[in-house]
Design a protein around this ligand. Sequence first.
Ligand code: MN
Length: 251
Amino acid sequence: MSLLIDQIQAPPAWRRLAFISDLHLGPDTPRTQLALQRALQALDADALFILGDLFEAWVGDDARELPWAQAVVALLSTCAATRPVYFQHGNRDFLLGPAMAEACGLQLLAEEVCLQAFGQRVVLVHGDAQCLEDRPYQAFRAQVRQPAWQQGFLAQPLATRLQLAAQMRDASQQAQADGPYADLDAQACAALLQRHAALTLLHGHTHRPARHALPGGAQRLVLSDWDHDHGGTRGEVMLFSPQGWQRLPQP
Ligand SMILES: [Mn+2]
């Protein structure tokens, strides 16, 4: 296991940070990919943080040779040439590994990161690990995060892995149709903030962008997902500067 970054102290020169998550890119999301390209070209930030589910499914770093993935590698490596780009795993792309990170110029983050910037401490997570109410998902998560499971999965041919990922996605969509997606557990969020002595928790995963005020002056900020391929235009870059937090819609 390579070393993952779990603490970031913003250098004094940093003036503005950008955060995105849940783009769910894949072979059938060309418009969302284009929206990301435009967002990165226009990005005015000293660092970019991708908080998981950049990809709808990531079945292993050899998938970076697929044509649509090559285009994403090109986008990210261009962005990473002029500023740090950090990547935190989501529940869809937890298999993104060192080879893909190197190809894109990404720095891999731990599951839980404490960012210190502009006199504040901010906890960064994808958000799936805190959805404790969804017990079937937590059991699945515990299984697929085991090195032995991952080695077994990655040992399959790429075509087989792509098929398995499609099956898992169908199963998860069926489970979601049974009821509303679980939200993050309030106690788990409070514990996270306490552990890192932070007042702000920033995450994605739920696709329910919001600002939730928490007890003790704390807050939970939820990033927007992105989707330009199913009839709408959804997507935001979240900016953090000494002036505070700002959502930048991405048409
Ligand atoms: Mn997710």
